[in-house]
Write a protein that binds this ligand. Structure first.
Ligand code: SF4
Ligand code: MSK
Length: 655
């Protein structure tokens, strides 16, 4: 192993930065090996307080202008921009960037779909015809008596509007409950096409254009909705049509899924195309034979981050860890190749991979990293890329020189609760429906539903906020839906098993035991948050819980968020009517007009609202209070006491 000099001065205490035992073990090894990770860099990089509040602007060369929380409220930039304008513009650009990531991902999926339908790509096919037909029917495409190709061609052209349409409403607006859609129409925030919305948001935030925080927020909502009900939803639906709709599958999570005697290949990123092709490469008999010739027992394919979460729910591929474990997994020395595509890929991976002589491959034309080897992935010839990476991984296996230390931790769980499966699971094959879920909410067994999603972040103890929040929610009979890195945190904590029902309150426990489901339902990657929107929409349409998403006893949270995508996701949940609480930090100065608008004003317009607290117990309290307020408004507030967990309860839970 090649030692690198640690440039960080302040040493981290591993037990203070993560509750993931494997990550902690690898951080200790990293210290011994002289390897630096994002945990070290975070400890040695004080976050800029002005930037943290989004109180600075560099939108023109008369600045940059710095305001801050302690400056007089009437201090303005050189052009006269107020702190509300500056914060709203910065927030808007986060929404635009986050929305671009998801919609570009969705558009890539749609490009692939078009070429499959045209017969120009033969390595992929339509695997879920039933889903193809149901999505087509929902947006008004005739399916009766028509061929798969005819339906798919129409679906492609219709969904393309999600991106390029300049006027009119995006196709999946048809899925939005009528009253929610009416509110959007009244406010003028029904998305046209994502390209137009993102372009307009960037234009408005240019120097000297939109200088009213409320009007900027309006376009933030429209752009974010173009992601949630547009780009992300298309990404999810097309992936299901091409690769299969997830159903529950038992799968192991954590670094113990690596195998010392096999060639370990990790795929990390977001777009499933690469991973699907890799799945074919690692099972090709000729390639497997090459691995055996090199002395390996086989090839072990493992996922990380959201690609990993998506392949885990769809195919039961083991998952090695979430965002804050992507560097530490390389410290095991057991990774023979890390193959990445787009989003959440730390540049720091290059230095760590270099230390352990692990090849790091970039594959997407949008994401090259200096120091990583680029092998471009083309959907028309996908195996050229994935075969080449596996061959190089086999070579690395044969020539392993570094010490290997694989943490022994694995956690079995059940994942893959797509909206379609939730429908089936609760209602059965012939009467698939959300009625039992709504009934159990109305009768109070289930208090409400929470979406707990998002990243991990070295500014807080990895996984801890996710796990404590979710424990508190299920203890109080709140059913939890999960995506992304949060889902992996809970899987490692053992809460994605039906047996975890004993940690739930008596009502939720009874429902879980009757159905045989975990109290925490893992549904996929960050684009799969769109499945939560669809579930919310179905709850409204099923009846008994109000007329709009804003009426539902539901709440959302991203307790350890870090990416601009998370802000965009938060904004589309808020604009859809959901109370959404973020942890870590919130990029706004409190007690400003823009802050009041996001945290209160939007709700007064009939939408949802933002909330913030870094404390998981307070976060749970805020979400449960909101759920209870919605229950009261619906007239289903049967007398019920919130179960307050004392320290003894928590210690028992974590024992
Ligand atoms: Fe300063 Fe205004 Fe230029 Fe921003 S746009 S840098 S606030 S002068
Ligand atoms: S990978 S966006 S760290 S969830 Fe989607 Fe995880 Fe957040 Fe990336």
């Amino acid at each position: 192993m090649e030692k690198k000099k640690i440039v960080s001065k302040k040493e981290i205490v591993t037990k203070d930065v993560t509750i993931c035992d494997s990550t902690a073990q690898m951080l200790e090894k990293a210290k011994r090996d002289g390897v630096e990770t994002a945990f070290d860099r975070a400890a040695n990089m004080k976050a800029c307080p002005i930037g943290a509040n989004s109180a600075c602007c560099k939108h023109c060369s008369m600045g940059p202008c710095r305001l801050n929380a302690n400056a007089p409220y009437d201090k303005v930039g050189v052009c006269g921009a107020t702190i509300d304008t500056i914060m709203a513009r910065n927030f808007a650009r986060m929404v635009a960037a986050g929305g671009s990531a998801h919609t570009d991902h969705g558009m890539s999926m749609l490009d692939l779909f078009r070429e499959v339908v045209n017969g120009k790509i033969l390595d992929y096919e339509i695997k879920d015809v039933q889903k193809l037909e149901s999505v087509a029917q929902e947006i008004g495409i005739e399916t009766e008596g028509r061929s798969v190709k005819e339906i798919a061609t129409d679906l492609y052209h219709e969904l393309e509007r999600t991106y390029i349409q300049v006027e009119g409403e995006i196709p999946f607006a048809k899925r939005v409950p009528a009253k929610t859609l009416e509110t959007w129409r009244k406010l003028g925030i029904v998305p046209r096409g994502a390209m137009r919305e993102i372009m307009e948001l960037m234009h408005r935030t240019h120097m000297g254009v939109d200088q009213h925080y409320e009007n900027i927020t309006k376009q933030c909502s429209r752009t974010a909705l173009a992601d949630g009900w547009g780009g992300s939803m298309v990404a999810t639906e097309i992936a299901d049509i091409l690769f299969g709709t997830p159903t529950p599958v038992a799968v192991d999570v954590d670094m113990g899924v690596l195998k010392e005697d096999q060639v370990n290949v990790i795929v990390h990123g977001h777009e499933p195309n690469l991973f699907e092709s890799m799945l074919v490469s690692v099972t090709d008999p000729m390639i497997v034979q090459k691995a055996k010739d090199a002395g390996a027992k086989g090839i072990n394919l493992v996922g990380m981050c959201c690609s990993g979460a998506e392949m885990m729910v769809r195919h039961g591929i083991p998952h090695a860890g979430n965002f804050m474990s992507t560097e530490t997994v390389l410290v095991t020395g057991a990774v023979d190749a890390m193959c990445v595509d787009v989003q959440c890929i730390k540049q720091g991976l290059v230095a760590v991979a270099d230390c352990y002589k692990t090849p790091l491959f970039t594959t997407n034309p949008r994401c090259h990293i200096e120091g990583a080897e680029h092998i471009e992935f083309h959907e028309h010839t996908p195996r050229d890329c994935t075969d080449a990476m596996v061959i190089k991984a086999i070579h690395r296996f044969k020539n392993r020189t570094c010490e290997i230390e694989i943490p022994k931790n694995t956690h079995a769980g059940v994942h893959g609760f797509s909206h379609e499966y939730i429908n089936y699971m609760l209602g059965g094959t012939f009467r698939g429906s959300y009625t039992p879920l709504n009934d159990n909410i109305i009768n109070g067994r289930i208090r409400g539903v929470a979406g707990v999603v998002g990243c991990t972040n070295p500014r807080v103890k990895q996984d801890w906020v996710h796990v404590e929040l979710v424990k508190e929610l299920i203890k109080n009979d709140v059913l939890v839906l999960q995506t992304g890195c949060s889902q992996i945190a809970l899987a490692k904590a053992g809460l994605c098993t039906p047996e975890a029902a004993h940690l739930a309150g008596s009502g939720l426990k009874e429902v879980c035991e009757t159905v045989g489901m975990p109290p925490v339902l893992g549904i996929g990657s960050c684009v799969d948050n769109s499945r939560i929107l669809i579930a919310a929409s179905e709850m409204v349409k099923t009846g008994g819980l109000g007329e709009s998403i804003a009426d539902l006893p539901v709440a959302g949270a991203a307790p350890e968020w870090m990416s601009e995508k998370a802000i965009c996701i938060g904004q589309y949940f808020v604009a859809s009517g959901v109370y959404t609480v973020f942890g870590v930090t919130f990029p706004i100065v409190e007690e400003t007009k823009f802050h009041r608008h996001l945290f209160k004003g939007l709700e007064e317009q009939g939408l949802g609202k933002w909330g913030f607290t870094p404390d998981p117990y307070e976060m749970a309290r805020m979400m449960i209070a909101h759920i209870d307020a919605k229950r009261k408004a619906l007239g289903i507030d049967k007398a019920r006491e919130r179960v307050l967990m004392d320290m003894t309860d928590r210690q028992q839970l974590s024992a």
